[in-house]
Design a protein around this ligand. Structure first.
Ligand SMILES: C[S@@+](CC[C@H](N)C(=O)[O-])C[C@H]1O[C@@H](n2cnc3c(N)ncnc32)[C@H](O)[C@@H]1O
Length: 280
């Protein structure tokens, strides 16, 4: 694992020569309050796939094939669930809800009056009941719209419910947030995109942040659960500034490598000069 110098956030950072891409290694709840100048957030948190929202109500039956499995199950079992890298994706449910509410609030608090958060999560049928990520929105934050990300290839076959083939992108928008134009409204609220694979266990496709960028005026975009840096790749491709936060050094290294590779795809980037293409 690479070591990175401490940056202005007080955490280890990698940044591009022109400063347009800043990747910060740390806990987003601690890093977010140190940041400013962010116009929009595009992010996908851990889904707590090993968590059991209705355990306390007795709806959950371990091993009944109706939930509780996790693509994050890749390491040793922790006493309270599943250990994956730095993050346990099986937090006690109330703790998970409180954590996500705190992170959403931390993002909301640093956004300007026309800012917005595009927060990707998914409804799940667990046991015999639908859980939706609406529970994660703190009372002071405003949900403007739910975009459906239609993704082929659901895998959770069981007799309880139809195979889920969509996720949500919740648009949490401050009052003055507007789309870039009337025309982009025509993108609609159902976005069909195939998932993509890379070394990270749960990346979203680069088309997802690209679609958001196409639709908004934001110049600087953050992703506090950066993972493999997909939002950063989209920002580099479209000349937006990017700030990413990731807690796991392994995924952080992947994000650095992807962002470096993407920056290298611009032939006008030279070591001593900022990118020739004007940043939006
Ligand atoms: C669903 S993944 C994001 C994947 C990303 N969208 C991509 O395309 O690669 C969530 C990420 O959040 C990271 N994470 C978990 N807890 C965190 C925290 N407290 N602060 C920052 N990152 C965290 C995990 O390590 C994981 O990489």
């Amino acid at each position: 694992m690479t070591t990175y110098p401490i940056g202005p956030s007080g955490f280890p950072e990698w940044s591009s020569e022109d400063g347009s891409v800043r990747l910060i290694l740390g806990d987003c709840l601690e890093v977010l309050p140190t940041l400013s100048g962010i116009d929009a957030v595009v992010t996908s948190p851990p889904y707590n796939l090993g968590g059991r929202p209705w355990e306390k109500l007795g709806h959950w039956k371990p091993g009944d094939g109706s939930g509780g499995h996790s693509k994050w199950r890749n390491g040793s079992d922790a006493s309270n669930g599943i250990q994956y890298g730095m993050h346990v994706d099986a937090m006690p449910w109330a703790e998970y809800v409180a954590w996500q509410q705190a992170v959403i609030k931390a993002m909301w608090d640093i956004l300007p009056g026309d800012g917005a958060i595009f927060y990707n999560h998914k409804p799940r049928v667990i046991g015999a009941k639908l859980w939706t990520p609406m529970e994660l929105i703190p009372p002071s934050v405003i949900l403007r719209q739910i975009i459906v990300w239609a993704r082929p290839g659901g895998m959770n076959f069981n007799p309880t419910a139809f195979v889920p083939t969509h996720e949500w992108i919740m648009v949490l928008a401050r009052d003055l947030f507007r789309l870039k134009s009337k025309e982009v409204s025509g993108l609609g609220d159902v976005w069909s995109m195939s998932p993509e694979r890379n070394e990270h266990p749960a990346p979203f496709p680069v088309d997802l942040p690209l679609r958001v960028i196409e639709a908004v005026k934001a110049r600087t975009i953050a992703d506090p659960f950066m993972g493999s840096g997909t939002t950063g790749v989209a920002c580099i491709r479209t000349g937006r500034r990017f700030i990413g936060i990731e807690i796991d050094p392994k995924y952080f290294d992947i994000a650095v490598a992807r962002c470096k590779a993407e920056l290298n795809r611009f032939p006008l980037l030279e070591p001593a000069k900022p990118r020739q293409r004007e940043l939006l």
